[in-house]
Design a protein around this ligand. Sequence first.
Ligand code: MOS
Length: 774
Amino acid sequence: MNESLGKPIDRVDGRLKVTGAATYAAEYQIKNLAYGAPVLSTVTKGRIKDIDIQQAEKMPGVIGVMTSENCMMLHSPSGSDPGSGKFAEKDLLPLQNDRVLYGGQYVAVVVAETAEQAEQAAAVIKITYEEQKPVVGFEANFATAYQPGSGLGGAKTQEKRGDADAAMKSAAITTNETYTTPVYSHNAMEPHATIAEWNGDKLTVYDATQSVMGVQGLLSTILGVPKENTQVYALYIGGGFGSKGFTWANTLLAPMAAKQFNRPVKIELKRQQVFSAAGRRTQTQQKIGLGAGVDGKLTSIKHDTISETSFVDEFVETAGVATSMIYSSPNVEVKHSLVRLNRGTPCPMRAPGESVGMYALEVAMDELASKLKMDPVQLRILNHSDMDEQKKKQFSSKYLKECYQRGAEAIGWSNRNVEPGTTKQGNLLVGYGVATATYPANRSASSAKATLFADGHAEILCGTQDIGTGTYTVMTQVAADAFGLPVDKVNVKLGSSSYPKGAQSGGSQVSASVGPPIRAAALGAVSKVVKIAIADPKSPLFGKKEEDIIANNGHIQLKDNANKGESFMAILSRKGMDKIEASAKTDVSTRQQQQSSPAPDGSPEAKIEAESKTNAAVQADEKTDRKDYVFHSFGAQFAKVLVDPDLGTIRVEKISSVMDIGTVMNLKTATNQIMGGILFGMGMALMEETKYDPNNGRLVTRDLAQYLVPVHADIPEIDVQFIEKPDPFISPIGARGIGEIGVTGMAAAIANAIYNATGKRVRDLPITPDKLIV
Ligand code: MOS
C-alpha cells in the first residue's frame, strides 16, 4: 500500500558503490589467497608440442604451473541438467588437450603468491606449437556457410510465410541492399574474475557472472561436485552486457588451480584478455530485400543473415528474429547461416539478434521511404503490425504508434527536410533519423523467500543478481509494497546460489521473472501474520476476514478503517515469534510458454513448490491465460546529428527515445537502462569495432585505446520517455524487461540521420569519418 513502485527512488546500493563498500568478485579478502595468471596461445590454430615451465617454476613466489599435462580432468557439460548455465565453449573445456583453436586461448595458468609474480612467470613460459593454417576472414569463407539449428531460447532461424520472392518480383518499389556489422566486444567495466576456495570437498566461488545459479550448476557438472557442496556468490557485478551470461573458462580455471595447488586462487582477467576468451558479438552480413506498392504498403520482406561462430561451439546471431513480426506483410522470408572461423566463440551481446538485425532492417526501411518519397515515420505507421503475423497471435499490449508520435515531437521531426544534404546549421549538415525498437518480453520460472522480522524489518532472498541495472532497488520497491513497509525497512539479498532459484540476468528477463515471486512471497508472509491476528482474541482484528485486511506502513488493518489494526511487531512479539517466513515460486515462461519440470522430492525447491500451491498470488499469476499472446516491448528511436561535410566528423546532437515497456518500476533506473542502451547504439553506429589480423587471424584491437566506446564528451542530449501502460498479461506487476530494448534501432536511427544530413548511405558499421568523405 506504500506504493513505492514507479517512484524514481535512488539506488539502494548507490552509497555502497560510490564508497567502494560493494564487494565485487575480485575484491574478496581471502586468507592465504594465491594468484593465477593465464597464459594465452599466440597462434590461431595448431597443437602444443611442448610447454617448458622449468624457468617459470623457479621464479620468485611461484607455487606452480597448471597445464594440460598436469591439470585435473573435467566432465563434459553436455547433457547436464537443464537448470544449469551454459558453458560458452562446450567442445573446449580448458587445458584438456593440446589443441589450439583460436588466438588467445588459455594454454596454462601460473599460480604465485602475488599477481605480479604470477604474471612475470607467465611471461617466461616457452611454448612450442605445431602451427596449422587457420580459417580466417569472414567473407572469404562464405562458401562454407551452413544452416544452423535454433537460436537463443529456441528461436527459429528459418521462417517463411507467403512467397517473398514472387512478391518481390511484382512489387512496384523494391530495395535490395547488403549491410555489414563488425565484431563487437562487450567491455563491461568490471573484467571477468573468479576466486575459488576449497574446504575439503566443498567449493566456494566468487564470480563475475550474470547467473549464480547457472555457474553453480555448471561447476557441479564439470568439476563433479554435488550442487549442495558448490556455493557461488556474485553480490555486485560491474556490467555484463551478455559477456557474463554464458560461463567462460576463467570460472573453471580458478577452482581447478585451487584444487591442484591446495590454495584459494584468484584469476582476474586483464582488459586485453577479456577480448579473446570471454565473449564477443559475431560479425554479420545481412541482405535485406523490401518490396512495396506505390502506396508504401509492404508486400515482401526478405532478411538473409550470415554470421560466424567458432570451432568449439555454435552461437547463432538471430538477426532476423524480429523481421517476421515487426511489420505487416503477407510475404516474409528469414534465413540465417553460419561459417566457422578460428576465433573465440561469440555469445549474446547487448540485445543479441535485434541489435544488429534491427539496424539492417531499419536502415532498409529508410531506404524504402526515400524511394517512395515518403516520410519514414509515416511508412512505419502505415506498415504497423496489429498482431504477430508469423505466430498469428495478439501482442499482450502494444503502443508503438504513440511512441512514434511522441518521439517525433520530442526530436523536432517537423524540422526535418525530406531532401537529404539540404539542412545546415552554420557549416554543419543537419540530419534527422528514426527507427523502430523492439525486444521480446521474456519471463521465466523463479522463486524467492520472504521473512518478516519481529523488529519490524523484512528480508527477501532470491538467487538472481544485480548486474548493475538496479535489480536490488526495484525489487526492494516490489517487496516493500507487498509487505506494506517503507523501502528502508526492506532488505533484498541477491547474488548467492544458496537462495531460492532466480532467473539469470540475460534476455532482459529479471524484473519480469523475479518480481512476481518476490511479491508473492512477501504477500504470503503478510497473509500468515493476518491469519495469526484474526485467530487471536487479543488482536483488534480477531474474527475479521482476511480479504478485508491490508498491510500498510508496518501494520495490518481493516481496508475501510485504518484505525482498526496493529503492527507486525505487536503480533509477532505477543506470540513470542522472532520472524515469519514464506516462499514462493511462479512457474511462468513467456518464451516457450511451458512449465519447468518439478523439483526432485524432498529438495528445498520442492518445498517452495508445495508452499506455492497455497499462495493466492502465485495461483492467480499462474492461472492467467497467456497462450494466446506474444510478449514484446516496443519503442521509437529518434536521432539528430550534425556532420562536418569537410572532415566527415559526426556529432550526435540529440536522441529521443520513447519506450512502451509496460509498468515503469522506477523512473530513474528505467531511464538509466534506456540511456545505457542508447550509448551502446551510438558506439555500435559510430565507433566500436574489433579487428583481426587478416593473415594470421589474431586479435588486433585488444584494449580501450583501440576499441573505441562513447565517452562523456560524446554524449548528446538524451530524452527518454515511457508510455507507462501496464502489460495486463505478463504479470500482476505489469512490467516487461528493459535491459536491452534501448540498444535496438538506435544504430539505425543514427545511420538514417547521417543519410538525411549528407545523402550518403553507409551500409557498413561503424560509420567512421573516412567512410563519409570518400
Ligand atoms: Mo543479455 S546480451 O541477453 O545478457
